[in-house]
Design a protein around this ligand. Structure first.
Ligand code: UTP
Length: 406
């Protein structure tokens, strides 16, 4: 699009300020800016800015495969899981495109040193967990690593420097997630520089479309991969491509499954897997009505106590069928440095929104979802903050309890 066409487009969406400095830019910068604007998903922005938040439907608890039930069937599940892995039908997807603002490190979160007397990055620990499975396989499974424009180079460099944590390099595939513009509280898109729209990673929910749209998008179909185990970078006890989890999912013939833990208390800050209007859904902790969060059943257990650990198994066929569907867009308040009156400003307080798609919304797009309970102390050690709850401190304690030398 040329200048005039771009201006017309911006007029339509009330964003003409993006061209305020156009004539101060050189040829290349102008071309870049026009190209950036052409790629903005204005429909997504308009919907997000004018939505009044999500209305929660009728919630009911979801049937969970409890730890004792899993134990009883462990042998059969494990055998089925190993068989699928040995047939190359399952691969892993590491979500590592986040900015980890709460942890407050400039590096990708996975590079964070969780060790005490030795260096042990989160990435390295997760690959140790992976090797516990691949040591029993004929061949290692593929690991797709999602990064963002912001941390892609640093992540790749770190993997290379660490010799891919002893994992075969040709089984690790990087792809970059999409970006979304940031905007002020009244919906005006920010410029990061005079010739550059302010962009941020578009959340972890766009992982499949970003993967399929990338230059390795064909790999899944070409290699007969039927299941993808998606997991977050910030749980150091994450069990990846766990054969028991895979086997349970296959035996129950579902489209997807989620590893869940019993919530520690009604107000723990985790999403809850339940049924919403009869369909599987995850309700975020800040969306859950307080009375429901605290409700208990006849055994004194929380009725809505199925906390998700950001470890899901999705059937590829089902993912393909929802690929073109629009996902809800979430707004999160952030501090966004930007150009104001021709100069760069760095606000102290949140001054606008980032737009995010969330992987948990994919569950609602599935017809069914199996909740598989896991032992919290063995599988859930989130690293969200430096100290306090879900922090480096709590994750270290749990690693030590699991026999990991720090
Ligand atoms: P979080 O929602 O905890 O976000 O990510 P974050 O960016 O890591 O941390 P904060 O909120 O800024 O402190 C959960 C998982 O989703 C990934 C993260 O890397 C993490 O594995 N994620 C998040 C992405 O891959 N892309 C995103 O745009 C956001």
């Amino acid at each position: 699009m040329d200048y005039t066409q771009t201006l017309k487009l911006l007029e339509k969406h009330g964003q003409t300020h993006l061209l305020d400095y156009f004539y101060e830019l050189d040829e290349d910068e102008r071309a870049c800016l026009l190209n950036q604007i052409e790629n903005i998903d204005f429909a997504m922005l308009d919907t997000a800015c004018h939505s009044s938040g999500r209305e929660i439907g009728n919630l009911s608890p979801v049937k969970t495969l409890s730890v004792p039930e899993v134990e009883k069937a462990r042998g059969g599940f494990k055998a089925a899981g190993y068989q699928a892995l040995n047939q190359g039908k399952v691969a892993a997807v590491l979500l590592a495109g986040g900015q980890g603002t709460r942890l407050g490190s400039d590096n990708p979160k996975g590079m964070y040193n969780i060790g005490v007397t030795r260096e042990l990055s989160i990435f390295a620990q997760q690959f140790e967990n992976i090797k516990e499975v691949t040591n029993c396989l004929k061949q290692p499974f593929d690991v797709f690593v999602m990064t963002s424009d912001i941390n892609d180079a640093a992540t790749r460099r770190f993997f290379k420097e660490k010799n891919y944590f002893g994992y075969p390099e040709d089984k690790i595939h990087f792809f970059i997630q999409d970006m979304a513009p940031t905007c002020s509280f009244v919906g005006k898109i920010y410029l990061e520089e005079k010739g550059k729209v302010s962009l941020s990673p578009n959340g972890n929910g766009g992982w499949y479309s970003s993967l399929i749209g990338s230059d390795i998008g064909h790999y899944i179909a070409d290699n007969g991969i039927e299941w993808l185990n998606v997991y977050s970078v910030d749980n150091v006890l994450q069990r990846i491509c766990d054969p028991v989890f895979i086997g349970a999912t296959l035996k129950f013939c579902v489209d997807c499954s989620a590893k869940v833990v019993k919530k520690a208390n009604p107000y723990e800050r985790v999403g809850v897997l339940c049924l919403e209007d009869g369909k599987p859904a995850i309700v975020e902790y800040y969306e859950m009505p307080e009375d429901l969060a605290a409700e208990t059943d006849e055994n004194g257990e929380l009725r809505f106590g199925c906390g998700v650990t950001l470890n899901y198994l999705f059937k590829v066929e089902k993912l393909n069928s929802i690929l073109k569907k629009r996902m809800p867009v979430h707004l999160s308040k952030k501090v966004i440095p930007h150009i104001d009156g021709g100069v760069k400003v760095k606000p102290e307080q949140p001054n606008g929104y980032k737009f995010e798609l969330l992987v948990l919304d994919m569950i609602k797009m599935m017809d069914n979802c199996l909740a598989v309970e896991v032992v919290r102390e063995r599988e859930f050690a989130p690293v969200k903050n430096k100290t306090g709850a879900d922090s480096v401190d709590t994750a270290r304690e749990l690693l030590i309890k699991n026999g990991v030398k720090l």
